[in-house]
Design a protein around this ligand. Structure first.
Ligand SMILES: Nc1ncnc2c1ncn2[C@@H]1O[C@H](COP(=O)(O)OP(=O)(O)OP(=O)(O)O)[C@@H](O)[C@H]1O
Length: 287
């Protein structure tokens, strides 16, 4: 074991005696039937996430991250296994799970406050209350003063914060995010990470983040699940023992660098398999 590895601790399950799991992914398999035969995208994966915990799922392109996101969010059903939130089986979109997507999902015809109030409107919350709650969450994501603006008047990072505020406004037990900052530049991404850390601490929010960005995963997480490339399995869990509360300043620390290096070692192996696979497929098509 290298010196760096000694800094990392594998933790397949949450430690005993801590908060109970709010999300439970239990031995889940997802198989797609395709014209070329079955594709196993998620292969016997298990994950327990405690109340208030921040877990990131990282893996190379095509390893099954988005499939896992869609399974947890109830947009896909597992072929085998079970997913539950607060003890209830997830059988479709669940009110306790709030999703933030990679693609921008704000409504361009609604102002910021109308966007954020939307989920409350759907729930039948009265106008005065929903606007008050919307303004609270708009302030939380750092957009006070922009309530009456429209998405086209905002930057990409601001629009993603609107999407996050809209999801947080219905107070989900689990915030489930799929690469919400993937389209943003690195500085904006790091600074938005600070916002996410603040919000998570303020709400004691349980979060599962799907990402392929190692820096983002280390900056934000309590634990990182590293996935293998095809079929998507758990390669290992890494517990991030950086102090909280955290800010993006931590990115420059030695401890941060050690985590990034170790995770890259694991990912490099998996990403290389992916690249080799893609090159072989391209070669086959050329023939
Ligand atoms: N609806 C589907 N039908 C058939 N195969 C699918 C379907 N969705 C995903 N797959 C396959 O499952 C595997 C995992 O895909 P998935 O999109 O979950 O990976 P990913 O890690 O999110 O990739 P990326 O980071 O590039 O978005 C891939 O081989 C993909 O082609």
């Amino acid at each position: 074991m290298s010196g760096n590895q000694a800094n990392l601790k594998l933790q397949p399950e949450p430690a005993a005696g801590t908060a109970p799991a709010i999300l439970s992914v239990d031995d889940v398999v997802k198989r797609f039937e395709t014209p070329d035969g079955p594709v196993v995208a998620v292969d016997h994966m298990s994950l327990d996430v405690r109340q208030g915990e921040f877990v990131s799922v990282i893996g190379p392109s095509g390893c099954g991250k988005s499939t896992l996101f869609n399974l947890i969010g109830g947009l896909l059903s597992p072929t085998e296994g079970r997913i539950s939130i607060a003890g209830e089986e997830v059988r479709g979109p669940h009110p306790s799970i709030g999703m933030v997507f990679q693609e921008e999902s704000t409504f361009p015809w609604r102002s910021v406050e109308e966007n954020v109030a939307f989920s409350l409107e759907v729930q039948g919350v009265g106008k005065a209350e929903r606007l008050e709650r919307a303004r609270h969450f708009i302030a939380m994501v750092g957009l006070r003063g922009f309530e009456r603006r429209y998405p086209t008047e905002l930057s990409g990072g601001m629009r993603q914060r609107v999407a996050m505020a809209r999801t947080l406004a219905f107070e989900p037990k689990l915030l489930l995010m799929d690469e919400p900052f993937a389209a943003l530049d690195e500085q904006t991404r790091l600074l938005l990470g600070d916002k996410v850390l603040q919000i998570q601490q303020e709400l004691n929010q349980t979060v599962v983040l799907i990402t392929h960005n190692i820096t983002e995963a280390v900056q934000l997480s309590d634990r990182i699940l590293i996935m293998t490339y095809r079929p998507g399995r758990t390669k290992r869990f890494v517990e991030i023992k950086l102090p909280r509360p955290r800010t993006s300043e931590i990115v420059g620390s030695d401890a941060f660098g050690h985590y990034v290096a170790e995770i890259w070692n694991d990912l490099r192996e998996e990403a290389s398999k992916g690249m080799h696979d893609q090159e072989t497929m391209a070669e086959r098509r050329r023939r």
